[in-house]
Design a protein around this ligand. Structure first.
Ligand SMILES: C[S@@+](CC[C@H](N)C(=O)[O-])C[C@H]1O[C@@H](n2cnc3c(N)ncnc32)[C@H](O)[C@@H]1O
Length: 344
């Protein structure tokens, strides 16, 4: 089933961009797409004009919302007792992170949205005003530039989604440091490209060096086993439906798109699995052939391995057939699986 962005956000996006000519939006989308694809760090804010922010809202915000929400869901699965009351979002853009976080942690009461672009803040506020969620209506939006000397108020969780790619290397480290100083749980999300993964790996190393443990997606804080594999990188995908406006500004035929993302969530507390063992993470779409499901797994020993589950195994096979890319393995309600892990 395609993933539907929350209707309230969807409706709010539609209302916010209504009144802007589609051709104007489409031209701004083309320019933004080219700018993001270039991969060049931004020398000046990319989202400085309102039309650019509206274009971002129309064609990127549904996808960054879907990916960030999937990340928060995976983090929630790993650490169910994590119930943040406060969240700070660095490089908040139009506020996708806040909407995603509230879906997963409805008890959040304090949202602080920090962003360099006035235009993004103004549009993000307008989108949030259409919500009926008190924390979104009461969110604190502040102009903020990475590197500002004034320390940030502490929060339970600090997030930076799709920001690292706009920064030069030194700023990327500063962003990671700022996140780690601000909250005991830190989340970074990037596009699921080799370059996005590389930025996540660097950030992951820096978080570990600062004493944080990796919570997700990896079931360990050891070196990523995919680094040893040429042409492979850790990423996940979330399918989302495109609205008609979304389709027209992107000149897209398909009614859905797959947002690929890479991420790391890390925290100060050690978080083993409930049983003392941490479930592995499924790294690819499971493949099925002739009564055999093949799962590519990242394990708590820091290895990438293939697990083959045969039909003759009964229940584990049924569970493997239901398993999806990005899921924990074994699934939470079934900590024991009879299949053995075999190297690829
Ligand atoms: C691609 S947008 C992501 C927005 C939002 N986090 C999301 O997931 O949709 C990156 C945001 O980071 C902000 N940003 C980039 N560099 C920044 C800096 N040096 N200081 C503050 N914000 C910055 C940009 O203005 C932009 O809004």
């Amino acid at each position: 089933m395609p993933y539907l962005p929350g209707m309230t956000l969807r409706a709010s996006i539609t209302q916010t961009i209504a009144g802007t000519r589609t051709t104007e939006l489409a031209n701004a989308v083309d320019a933004l797409t080219a700018r993001y694809r270039s991969g060049i760090p931004a020398g000046s804010p990319i989202l400085s004009r309102e039309i650019d922010v509206l274009a971002y809202t129309a064609y990127r915000m549904p996808a960054t919302y879907a990916a960030t929400r999937a990340v928060f869901e995976q983090l929630h699965d790993v650490v169910p007792d994590l119930r943040p009351g406060s969240l700070v979002d660095l490089g908040a853009g139009t506020g996708a992170t806040a909407w995603a976080a509230l879906d997963v942690w409805p008890d959040l009461t304090s949202l602080t949205m920090l962003e360099q672009s006035d235009a993004a803040i103004a549009v993000g506020r307008r989108i949030a005003e259409n919500s009926d969620a008190t924390p979104l209506l009461a969110a604190s939006w502040r102009q903020w530039h990475l590197g500002q000397t004034q320390p940030l108020d502490p929060a339970d969780i600090a997030v930076a989604a799709y920001v690292l790619g706009e920064l030069i290397t030194e700023q990327q480290s500063l962003l990671v440091e700022t996140l780690a100083r601000t909250a005991s749980t830190v989340v970074l999300v990037e596009p699921g490209t080799p370059a996005g993964y590389a930025r996540i790996i660097t950030a992951r190393n820096e978080l570990i060096a600062r004493g944080l443990n990796v919570l997700a997606p990896c079931p360990h804080s050891l070196q990523c086993p995919l680094l040893a594999r040429d042409g492979d990188w850790c990423h996940f995908a979330e399918r989302l439906e495109r609205s008609s406006t979304h389709r027209s500004v992107k000149s897209a035929e398909l009614s859905y798109e797959d947002e690929k993302y890479a991420y790391v969530a890390a925290g100060r507390a050690a978080r083993p699995g409930a049983t003392g063992r941490r479930p592995a993470r499924i790294l690819r779409h499971p493949t099925l052939r002739k009564g055999l499901v093949s799962l590519q797994l990242c394990t708590e020993e820091g290895s990438a391995v293939e697990l083959k589950v045969a039909k003759s195994e009964g229940e584990p096979y049924k569970r493997a057939r239901r398993a999806r890319w990005g899921d924990p393995w074994p699934p939470p309600e079934h900590p024991a699986g009879s299949s053995t892990l075999s190297p690829p």
